[in-house]
Write a protein that binds this ligand. Structure first.
Ligand SMILES: NC(=O)c1ccc[n+]([C@@H]2O[C@H](COP(=O)([O-])OP(=O)(O)OC[C@H]3O[C@@H](n4cnc5c(N)ncnc54)[C@H](O)[C@@H]3O)[C@@H](O)[C@H]2O)c1
Length: 282
């Protein structure tokens, strides 16, 4: 692996780092010179793949089993990260699940209750607890937090009401925590969208068995891949969405940026009415 150094010597802690965008960010941070990357997740098998894929930099990966809904799991994981690497520079609250776009009219109140409890616990409480357990170490290092948000943090139809509300809530966390932790710790977010990952639904609602991958064909329909976003050619491989995380995490390149969110979703915010992209004839 060649390193380019935007995060030279930094240590990162990434929740849900065993697959999808979390894993891609972990590997990219190593490429950027990170001295250590701790990945927390529920499955040691998934986490082992990060060490494997890091190749010669595998000794810089620390795999930590834990659940982001548990303050004590997170505290133990952060302690282990600091014990191993000596400090913490970047925290990436990222572990999450999806509601498979269960609409309000397609769900019973009891189903909404079940989806809400599990999804908000992971996607919102998990982010807040990750910030709550990492901020003292980040104050010490003058570090930062980069949260994984979503197109659903801004727009409708990227999820059902539960997922969309949860992602809007994490926008609130970026704003409030950027205020509370300034001037010591910067807090920003990346609103990714439409990536082929292992993203699953709440197990308690029977939605844990399949991933978001199954929903791509439905969305593309007969118009072709990605015709629903302005940048039709945008990559759905999480590897290609890691750049904004590097930028926001980098002291050298983003020292004046806090409370900001980079929309990295292929331009969903500029979709037109008749067609997603106005320049298809160009
Ligand atoms: N895939 C997309 O299209 C997309 C779009 C926008 C936002 N996101 C967000 O990206 C983030 C990462 O998702 P992804 O798409 O990479 O899916 P993913 O399933 O590959 O990654 C999420 C990881 O979090 C882990 N996880 C789930 N619950 C956990 C818990 N309670 N404790 C610890 N780890 C847990 C999972 O095991 C998994 O490894 C999520 O917050 C998701 O909402 C994804």
């Amino acid at each position: 692996m060649t390193t380019t150094g935007w995060l030279s010597g930094d240590v990162a802690f990434i929740t849900g780092g065993g697959s999808g965008i979390g894993k891609a960010v972990a590997l990219r941070f190593l490429q950027e010179g990170a001295a250590g990357v701790a990945v927390l997740g529920r499955s040691l098998d998934k986490l082992a793949s990060v060490t494997e894929d890091a190749g010669s930099l595998g000794d810089r990966v620390l795999a930590l089993e834990g659940d982001v809904r548990s303050a004590s799991d997170l505290a133990a994981a952060v302690d282990a990260t600091i014990a191993r690497f000596g400090k913490l520079d970047v925290a990436v609250p990222n572990a999450g699940i999806w509601d498979f776009q269960r609409s309000i009219h397609g769900s019973t109140p009891a189903e909404i209750e079940t989806i809400y409890d599990e999804l908000f616990d992971i996607n919102v409480k998990g982010y807040l607890l990750t910030a709550s357990t990492t901020w003292p170490a980040l104050v010490e290092s003058g570090g930062n937090i980069v949260m994984t948000l979503s197109n659903a943090a801004f727009y409708a139809a990227g999820g059902g009401p539960v997922y969309t509300a949860a992602k809007h809530a994490t926008r609130g966390l970026v704003t409030q925590l950027a205020y509370e932790l300034a001037p010591k710790v910067r807090v920003n977010g990346v609103a990714i969208g439409g990536l082929r990952t292992d993203l699953r639904g709440p197990k308690t609602a029977g939605l844990g068995g399949r991933s978001i991958e199954h929903s791509f064909a439905k969305r593309d329909g007969d118009r072709g891949p990605n015709m629903w976003i302005p940048l039709h050619q945008a990559s759905t491989d999480p590897v290609d969405s890691t750049g904004p995380y590097v930028l926001l995490a980098s002291r050298r390149n983003a020292s004046v940026v806090t409370g900001s969110i980079i929309n990295a979703d292929g331009g969903m915010g500029v979709r037109g009415f008749a067609t997603a992209a106005g320049g298809d004839a160009l």
